[in-house]
Design a protein around this ligand. Structure first.
Ligand code: ATP
Length: 359
């Protein structure tokens, strides 16, 4: 087990700069996820950590050991791939045993450790099966057992759940989390699935074109997105341009933020530090609420219901605002003030804790 320090790593393929002086510290035993859209550089970063790619510049440390120039097979990593990468001509037992044999582990200890590893993933009974005789979920369990049986310093996982069906994906989340917590192993997990990242991680590094757009806990990424890119990628958000931003500095207290959306005035409590005169309001659909049109309500703006979708536990409304833009509002069964129909005039209420960020 070891912490991982990525210190100013850059990587270029041909003319394309894929990683931009990227830095990240993963503490010993933590579960970190690299999240981002296709092509943002997640896999490239993971491959640099693994040693399959050498960075053009920057350093990689496991604890205090500089491993930048250490070849992959000597880095002591466990790795799990999307396509399992099992040996097709070896049984589950022999797949898991492979790394121990390569390390010269004696027969009795090898048998004990392989059986324990297979037992940990619930596959002891299938030890003699070949990969072709197993389901996708079972194969990925073998791959996980194979990665962990060598007791690596760090575990790297590249989209390990992407080839599984939806139900198995959910099950495997728990299998992985139980195993890595039990082994207390430092894990870097790559996915493009934001729900997976939120559900599994201690910290999520959301990447954007070779850089980290925001590093934070799942709660921070969802509740305090640093910018519109983060807000848009994590969950869904209405991103509404705001004007005339002004901050009342109160003595030693968090100030009150004043802003306008068109001609309507709002007050808020949460603005990013770099605000200028205009910016963006980030309003989660479930944070907004609707009331019947009134002449004036603080922190609200008028709109018209365009569409209504009833989903049982919530109702989703599309609302057209005064400037003809469309936003999404979700009213949950427990706190539905009323029900509205297409064509209804409504007031959209914006809570004071909605976040305003720089444009
Ligand atoms: N070996 C390589 N040679 C040339 N270009 C590469 C190589 N590996 C990756 N790239 C390019 O680098 C960019 C980032 O790729 P990378 O695989 O790291 O992205 P990713 O975020 O993991 O995306 P995905 O989820 O699609 O795998 C892409 O534009 C890709 O085409």
């Amino acid at each position: 087990m070891a912490s991982i320090t990525i210190d100013g790593v850059a990587k270029t393929f041909g003319a394309q700069k894929v990683l931009h002086d990227l830095s990240l510290h993963v503490p010993d035993g933590a579960f970190y996820t690299l999240l981002g859209p296709s092509g943002c550089g997640k896999t490239t970063l993971l491959r640099c950590i693994a040693g399959f790619y050498t960075p053009d510049s920057g350093r990689l440390l496991f604890d205090n050991d500089d491993v930048t120039q250490v070849p992959a097979y000597r880095r002591d990593i466990g790795i799990v791939f999307q396509d399992y990468a099992l040996f097709p001509d070896k049984t589950a037992f022999d797949n898991v045993a492979y790394g121990l044999r390569a390390r010269g582990v004696g027969r009795q200890e090898l048998k004990r450790r392989v059986e324990e590893a297979l037992d940990n993933v619930g596959l002891l009974a299938l030890a003699d099966r070949y990969p072709a005789q197993m389901s996708g979920g079972q194969r990925q369990r073998v791959a996980l057992a194979r990665a962990l049986v060598i007791r690596p310093r760090v575990l790297l996982m590249d989209e390990p759940l992407s080839n599984l069906d939806a139900k198995m994906r959910l099950q495997m989340r728990n299998v992985i989390l139980d195993l890595v917590r039990e082994a207390q192993i430092t894990t870097v997990f790559v996915t493009h699935d934001q729900e997976e990242a939120l559900a599994m991680s201690d910290q999520v590094a959301l990447m954007d074109q070779g850089s980290i757009a925001q590093l934070g806990s799942p709660e921070e990424l969802y509740g305090l997105p640093a910018n519109a890119y983060v807000a848009d990628f994590i969950g869904s958000a209405n991103i509404i341009p705001v004007q005339s931003i002004r901050l009342d500095e109160a003595d030693g207290q968090a100030g009150v933020l004043h802003y306008r959306i068109g001609e309507y005035v709002f007050e808020g409590l949460r603005g990013s530090a770099d605000l200028k005169d205009s910016g963006l309001l980030i309003a989660r659909p479930e944070d907004l609420s609707l009331i019947a049109a009134t002449p004036y309500m603080p922190n609200s703006m008028p709109g018209e219901v365009l569409r209504r979708q009833y989903l049982g536990f919530k109702t989703v409304y599309s609302i057209r605002l005064a400037d003809a833009s469309e936003i999404r509002v979700e009213l949950h069964a427990g706190n539905m003030v009323g029900s509205f129909q297409p064509g209804d005039r409504v007031q959209v209420l914006v809570p004071v804790d909605s976040r305003v960020v720089a444009a």
